[in-house]
Design a protein around this ligand. Structure first.
Ligand code: HEC
Length: 377
């Protein structure tokens, strides 16, 4: 058995590395992870929390929490039976015993559990270290100290798809492809080489962290909770914008390791960039860093005069409105891409007219051109 029993009297963050101590990023894919085969017996938490002081609202908590599976984006789902004793200001302890379910964070430092509805205790925040924990009813928060608990965590790296991938010309009849992944495990994923399948083609790739990652640059490593990509080369024409493809990572089981089994959640769909009328304009969708004036805002918002996209601080409707005398004189309110405004719609006329105007900012012309190329939807 690889994992050691850890006695948690000290700050656990220092032990497992600072990166794991923040909360995991949550700008992640919407899809749930596929069911994994788990063998998590032998791991879990022996909860032993004592009353923090004798002067206030105090509680003790005892019991065992089993890990059931990896949670998303990071951490573990837990289940167990807890015995809770609570007391107020010199009163005798009151006993309660119930089943709880909840989450344990990826570092094993924090757990949040809840009994079924209708119990006197609403939820329990456990901190397995020297900090305070709390046992909460609807109106009282009891203090407790869980530094005597024993936490035994599985250790491993686990890359999962973020369901997006970008592609760009790479010369020699090839495209470079970046398959976005996140490491939901609690150990760094180190993968200078590994097999992936994209759109039915199996190739070799390497793992890289995204900008802002905390691993050594060039180490082909993505630290726990951080985002990265697997870069591969494919024949030109394999991928198109505005499409999605089947992807499977780590076919050879060389890019991830440890427990819980990291190989059961490696397949899924990944979509390519696509700029639609309502899509926030990001570097992913337009494959370059957007001008700050339009970044994270959609063409719909800009054209409907809900967001200023010009350096002069003016909304579109400062100059274009019913009675403005301009060919493009839209009514107030939301403008749909297929809505007829005067002689045409944005789809059939105005995007092209906009692009043809010398006075319009280039970044906006480029965005409208990308939208037309992507099918004007
Ligand atoms: C400061 C005034 C001003 C603002 C603000 C402005 N435009 Fe214009 N726009 C013009 C002028 C001037 C033209 C050139 C044609 C003209 O004189 O009517 C033009 C031309 C256009 C055209 C070509 C059709 C036409 O009416 O000539 C479109 C489409 C257009 N603008 C859309 C927009 C959109 C979308 C925005 C907001 C992102 C915007 N404009 C913001 C002044 C403005």
């Amino acid at each position: 058995m690889k994992s050691k029993r850890i006695y948690l009297a000290m700050g656990l963050c220092a032990f497992v590395g600072v990166v794991g101590c923040g909360s995991g990023s949550d700008d992640l894919a919407v899809d749930t992870i596929e069911a994994q085969e788990q063998d998590l017996s032998g791991y879990g938490v022996e909860v032993k929390c004592v009353a923090k002081n004798q002067f206030g609202y105090v509680a003790t908590v005892n019991g065992t929490l089993r890990l059931t599976k990896h949670d998303f984006p990071q951490g573990f789902l837990v289940k167990g039976k807890l015995k809770v004793q609570t007391a107020q200001y010199g009163q005798p302890f009151k006993n309660a015993k119930f089943k709880v379910t909840g989450d344990l964070d990826v570092t094993g430092h924090y757990a949040f559990v809840e009994p079924p509805p209708g119990k006197p205790i609403k939820h329990i925040n456990l901190v397995f270290g020297p900090a305070d924990s709390s046992v909460n009813t609807s109106n009282i928060s009891y203090q407790t100290d869980c530094s005597q608990s024993l936490v035994k965590l599985p250790k491993g790296s686990d890359l999962v798809l973020e369901h997006t991938m970008r592609h760009y010309p790479n010369g020699n009849g090839q495209i470079g492809v970046q398959i976005d992944v996140v490491n939901i495990g609690n150990k760094p994923a180190h993968a200078p080489s590994g097999q992936v399948n994209v759109a039915g083609i199996t190739v070799n790739g390497a793992l890289y962290q995204y900008y802002g990652g905390t691993a050594d640059p060039g180490a082909n490593t993505v630290n726990p909770g951080e985002r990265g990509y697997i870069k591969v080369l494919l024949p030109s024409g394999t991928l198109a914008r505005c499409n999605q493809y089947d992807v499977k990572i780590d076919l050879g089981h060389t890019m991830q390791s440890g427990q819980p089994n990291p190989f059961g959640n490696d397949a899924g769909k990944a979509r390519t960039p696509c700029l639609k009328w309502n899509t926030p304009i990001t570097s992913f969708e337009i494959t370059s860093e957007p001008d700050p004036l339009i970044k994270n805002h959609s063409l719909a918002e800009i054209v409907s005069s809900k967001w200023v996209a010009r350096s002069d601080g003016k909304l579109c409707n400062a100059c274009h409105f019913v009675g403005s005398g301009k060919p493009y004189s839209p009514p107030a309110g939301d403008i749909a891409y297929n809505q007829t405004v005067g002689a045409g719609t944005w789809e059939t006329k105005w995007a092209a007219e906009f692009i043809g105007q010398g006075i319009k900012p280039q970044y906006l012309k480029d965005a409208f051109q990308q939208w037309l190329n992507d099918g004007s939807l």
